[in-house]
Design a protein around this ligand. Structure first.
Ligand code: 9PG
Length: 495
């Protein structure tokens, strides 16, 4: 194998023959391919691929197989972009993805190029794949069956960045039934009814806080959050709390002066729109800002919450000016490592809206798709092509496209629905998200027991007890014990 060379020819045993690699500093054979090092690598091949595996930047960004005879799907409203995918890729019209890309032919075999580190992208052109990174990074270049290559890449990510795969047990979450409409009495009442079923974690999602950026309890929790955690623990469940620690809503920006990521004019950089306002990202290279974040999280733990859902995390990794220079995902990764060290190993950290690769090794689980919703698809989001927006079909499609990440981290496909009340999903659509939860092993719901009819309660109870033996039959079909779950129609045409 060539060492320290600018160009190398790699022989493959497939009929596709040799690969020519340019821009790599070193090569080593590994598994189904090679580990190559460099910051700008071009791999020339002789395939005539039909699909590109596109991997979006953060939890909600789309992931899946795009046809190469179509242009890549792009969000039709630019303002939506920062919250949907890597802002640095806005306006790109070529096929490009974060950290990894695969090209494959009709028989689902091909070539994978994937970074084993942060701040890297893979794009393709006719006859070549290109890996670009902020600095020298190791890449896995693999040849073979695409799905096997993705699994292999997932294992390599785990061995490089650390494998923390912790299943939190069966989770009940307030968000998908209560929205932000929480108060102390309502939460306690829900704890009572949920606690009668076999749940392990009760998660108080968005709605308890003063504001995004002001993580004190609001007026609906006059006695604070400690009694809520105590009530949950008293019902035999682990207390969980939602925070978006790297996001700051516009009204709070004054309280975070000098601590936010900035644009060229020194104004806070737009990270996205939510909560009927715009929001910005915390400058995680700033020790004062990071200290404040750590203190916020320590306080939540001191209230008795040992499961934290950290959301909108991408806001801390968007492009922009920071007090200290450095690759933005690397800065994010250092910050989450600091948080993990400060909170200790016993606090469960669930990542959401998170840049994917930089979150591996630190978080216990990772949301791998957009939000589910009590509808399959929304005509509004169809129109603007925002595939990161809530909707159960795309939540399933993107999560399925990221099952290989399960080699490195516990996958979180979001919650399943069991209710027909307040829900446009039909029984077979509900079954699909339930099955996906069983496949990933993370079982959750937001359905209040009081919303379920007797039949639905039985389905939920069976789901909570079930641990089917899962085997993958092909890309979109699985065997769960005796039955087959087929997601083909859901995924095909989802994007
Ligand atoms: C709380 C929610 C829940 C949910 C999270 C996140 O693109 N969007 O407009 C968008 C809005 C909300 C959102 C995700 C995407 O939901 O995923 O589970 O915690 O925040 O506000």
């Amino acid at each position: 194998m060539p060492e320290k060379t600018e160009q190398a020819t790699l022989e493959t045993d497939l009929d596709r023959g040799e690969l020519i690699v340019n821009g790599a500093a070193s090569f080593a054979e590994r598994g189904s391919g090679w580990i190559i090092t460099g910051s700008d690598i071009t791999v020339t091949h002789r395939l005539t691929p039909v699909h590109f595996y596109r991997h979006g930047w953060q939890s909600w960004s789309m992931a899946g197989w795009e046809r190469l005879d179509h242009p890549p799907s792009a969000i039709a409203v630019p303002g939506l972009h920062p919250q949907a995918d890597d802002p640095a890729l806005e306006g790109r019209t070529d096929h490009i993805g974060s950290w990894v890309g695969v090209v494959e032919d009709d028989d689902r075999s091909g070539l994978l190029l994937g970074a084993l580190g942060t701040d890297a992208w893979v794009s393709i052109a006719d006859g070549s794949m290109r890996g670009s990174a902020a600095g020298d990074v190791d890449w896995f270049l693999g040849v073979g069956r695409s799905d096997d290559l993705l699994d292999e890449y997932g294992r390599l990510l785990g061995s490089t960045l650390g494998t923390r795969r912790t299943n939190p047990g069966r989770l009940w979450c307030t968000w998908y039934s209560q929205d932000r409409d929480l108060d102390s009495a309502r939460v306690k009442e829900l704890v009572g009814t949920v606690g009668e079923l076999a749940f392990d974690v009760f998660l108080v999602d968005d709605g308890w806080e003063q504001a995004i950026g002001d993580w004190r309890p609001n007026e609906a929790f006059p006695e604070g959050m400690q009694p809520i955690a105590a009530e949950i623990a008293g019902s035999g469940m682990r207390p969980g709390l939602w925070l978006a620690p790297f996001a700051v809503e516009a009204d709070q920006a004054d309280h975070w002066k000098g601590l936010l990521i900035e644009d060229e004019d020194g104004a806070p950089m737009l990270a996205g729109h939510n909560w009927d306002t715009r929001f910005y990202g915390v400058d995680l290279s700033n020790a004062v800002a990071l200290d404040r974040v750590v203190e916020t999280l320590r306080t939540a733990v001191s209230w008795g919450f040992t499961y934290l859902k950290l959301d909108f995390l991408f806001a801390g990794a968007i492009p922009g000016k920071r007090i200290k220079d450095g690759p933005r995902e690397h800065i994010y990764r250092r910050a989450v490592e600091t948080i993990r060290a400060a909170l200790g190993d016993d606090v469960y950290l669930s990542a959401c809206g998170a840049p994917v690769v930089p979150s591996i090794g630190t978080f216990d689980s990772l949301r791998v798709g957009p939000d589910v919703a009590p509808y399959w698809e929304s005509p509004l989001y169809e129109h603007v092509k925002d595939y990161s927006a809530p909707g159960t079909r795309r939540a399933i499609a993107t999560s399925l496209a990221r099952l290989w990440l399960g080699e490195a981290i516990q996958l979180d496909p979001d919650v399943a629905y069991f209710r027909s009340r307040n829900n446009l999903l039909n029984a077979s659509q509900r079954r699909q998200i339930q099955d996906l939860c069983l496949i990933t092993g993370l079982k959750g719901t937001s359905d209040p027991p009081g919303w379920l009819d007797p039949g639905e309660t039985l389905v939920l109870e069976a789901f909570l007890e079930e641990a089917p033996k899962v085997s993958q039959l092909d890309r979109y079909r699985f065997r769960l014990d005796g039955r087959v779950a087929d997601f083909s129609e859901t995924v095909e045409g989802a994007f």
